[in-house]
Ligand binder design. Sequence first.
Ligand SMILES: Nc1ncnc2c1ncn2[C@@H]1O[C@H](COP(=O)(O)OP(=O)(O)OP(=O)(O)O)[C@@H](O)[C@H]1O
Ligand SMILES: [Mg+2]
Length: 248
Amino acid sequence: MILEARNLTKRFRLGNRDVDALRGVSLQVSRGEFVAIMGPSGSGKSTLLQLLGGLDTPTSGEVVLDGEVISHLGDRAATRLRREKTGFVFQFFNLIPLLDVYENVALPYTIAGVDPRHGETAVRIREVIEQVDLKGREHHRPDQLSAGEQQRVALARALVAKPAILLADEPTGNLDYSTGGEILDELWRSCDGMGQTIVLVTHDARAAAHADRVLVVGDGKIRDEIELGRRQDPDPSPLIARLTQLGL
Ligand SMILES: Nc1ncnc2c1ncn2[C@@H]1O[C@H](COP(=O)(O)OP(=O)(O)OP(=O)(O)O)[C@@H](O)[C@H]1O
Ligand SMILES: [Mg+2]
């Protein structure tokens, strides 16, 4: 098991009101597994993903990532662990506009003080740029790329340091149908081909259908779990049928 959440709660203070975004979430993710998290807007999906990746701390409960309890670390230790063990992809690609494709993908190394232009690091950066089909575009800036290409850069940056876990929050939410499909194919290949563990938050059954397992979140809790198993054909109809049965 690579990731475990134990009875997570998260309470936000909003003005003089408390919002219970998570009300006791426990889950386990195996190495190499692809897990999707679905649920209505405001149900706590993004909050959960942030806690799983150590971007925020729970009000109570624990997150164990790759053998380390990450939920109660100080800022410096949490930052280090995040860098070493997680890759994030968001709905808005969060690329640095002044950096080109190569430099954006190289960012995790640059931040860690590793020269990304030489040696094994450069080999790895070129490899992951090729993996997401952006070979030849290394010196383009984000504004010279399509939305789908920008998201592939973000994905390459998330994967470059071979994180223990890839966390993606609505990575296709800002893309059209076919461009979104390309990103889903890339995610799928990194999981099935490279053994990358993935947790994907999405509203989209087509996206979730790529997963081995779907967790359905509602009102801060996991309400259902749908086991899809590893399939080469991500046909969404069985998942849609199950979601309909559950009244979603
Ligand atoms: N920083 C914050 N401060 C206060 N309340 C917050 C904060 N972040 C999230 N919330 C609240 O927590 C609840 C869960 O939010 P969250 O963003 O996790 O939902 P979500 O399932 O990701 O929704 P969506 O599908 O719209 O992205 C919501 O009621 C939200 O308003
Ligand atoms: Mg969200």
